[in-house]
Design a protein around this ligand. Structure first.
Ligand code: UD1
Ligand code: UDP
Length: 356
């Protein structure tokens, strides 16, 4: 039986690996979880383990925050020690964070097979740290789990041998399907926030190239205020700690936006599925809104999820206030009967089947 190391470190990796972890547990496989500790605040980390009933990580490297070099380097050094000791047959990483790059690199240098979940996404914007991470992780990988045919074609175009690539769907669909009905049975966060279903906007924004640049973050805030004003509806922003920190540093304020702490997954799914429209720069949220049939406005100039633009669930608005309002107005006119391009919710099963 193959020994599988599941490496993760941030909120989206915990959520998107959860279907794979559940499948490994269900089949009683020989696996363990290695948490890098890139995310460590309770509401970005432990809350998801508790709520999604995931087994505790066998290792937590507690690397915390830092510059890209320091964070990636520390993870690389520390993961290597665990891999030498545990000798897994395969290391699984998910997505495009510094945790993913370090995990893939540490494993491949030790001649351990690497499986990349969510392979083949490209924004073609090398200014994004995530683009560097995903390209390098793909090219270190032995198993490339592409969510869509489009991502498979991208990998083939980069010279990756066809036999390494499998189209599995995206595990976010599994996560949404596995958790949406549970979330509906719970006390609604809408009630607590005094929101009426279909009558509010939901926002997330945390990308380095947006919130670390004052003019761009200011543009986003102004755009959100204009949207709230134009439609006379509340706008809720569960704010990532990075964005909170940068708002304080830049002295940005807004009375028109309701800022709340990041929320747990079941609450977020409820807020998302009942929103009139979602504005975001998150990767996972672009996918989830597409699956949930909620219109999405992406606060970026490009996306590595072009499938959402093609099916019509999403539009790129950039960070200028007038463009954000215009894109919102345009998306509200769209029919939401698009098809979900990210698979049938069985990606986790397929990934595990290939590895065993
Ligand atoms: C990281 C990923 C990004 C992903 C995001 C998911 C990289 C390069 N970036 O961005 O791709 O979309 O996670 O949310 O890997 N902080 C806390 N508590 C935490 C973690 C971070 O307060 O638990 C604060 C710290 O001030 C830290 C800042 O957030 O400096 C940024 O954290 P970092 O892990 O560097 O990147 P994210 O912005 O979270
Ligand atoms: N999410 C959450 N609570 C929040 C905001 C987001 O549970 O307050 C979930 C969301 O449902 C999605 C994931 O976090 O599955 C997206 O993570 P994030 O935006 O941090 O990272 P990205 O997808 O951009 O890498």
């Amino acid at each position: 039986m193959q020994k599988i190391a599941i490496v993760l470190g941030t909120r989206p990796e915990i959520i998107k690996m959860s279907p794979v972890i559940r499948e490994c547990a269900k089949q009683n496989l020989n696996y363990f979880i290695l948490h890098t500790g890139q995310h460590y605040s309770y509401n970005l980390d432990k809350i998801f383990f508790e709520q999604l009933k995931l087994p505790e990580a066998k290792y937590n490297l507690d690397v915390g925050s830092g510059t890209h070099g320091a964070q990636t380097g520390t993870i690389l050094r520390e993961i290597e020690k665990v891999l030498i000791q545990e000798k897994p047959d395969v290391v699984l990483v998910e997505g495009d964070t510094n945790t993913v790059l370090a995990g893939a690199l540490a494993a491949t240098k030790l001649h351990i097979k690497v499986g990349h979940v969510e392979a083949g996404l490209r924004s073609y914007d090398r200014k994004m740290p995530e683009e560097i991470n995903r390209v390098l992780a793909d090219h270190c990988s032995d198993y490339l789990f592409a969510p869509t045919e489009k991502s498979r074609q991208i990998l083939l175009g980069e010279g990756i041998p066809a036999e390494r690539i499998v189209v599995t769907g995206n595990t976010i669909v599994d996560a949404v399907y596995q958790n949406l009905s549970i979330s509906e049975g719970r006390t609604s966060p809408l009630h607590e926030l005094e929101l009426v279903p279909g009558d509010y906007f939901l926002v997330t924004a945390h990308r380095q190239e947006n919130v670390d640049v004052k003019a761009r973050f200011e543009g986003i805030i102004k755009g959100l205020e204009r949207v709230a004003g134009a439609f006379s509806l509340p706008i809720i922003y569960p704010i990532h700690p990075r964005s909170r920190k940068m708002m304080d540093r830049f002295g940005l304020k807004s009375a028109g936006i309701k800022f709340i702490d990041p929320v747990d997954y079941l609450s977020f799914l409820q807020l998302e599925s009942k929103a009139k429209l979602v504005l975001t720069d998150s990767g996972g949220v672009q996918e989830e809104t597409c699956v949930l049939k909620v219109p999405c406005v992406t606060l970026r100039d490009n996306t590595e999820r072009p499938e959402t633009l093609e099916v019509g669930s999403n539009v790129l608005a950039g960070t200028k206030a007038e463009n954000i309002l215009e894109a919102t107005t345009e998306m509200l006119d769209r029919n939401v009967n698009w098809a979900n391009p990210f698979g049938d919710g069985r990606a986790g099963e397929r990934i595990v089947e290939i590895l065993t």
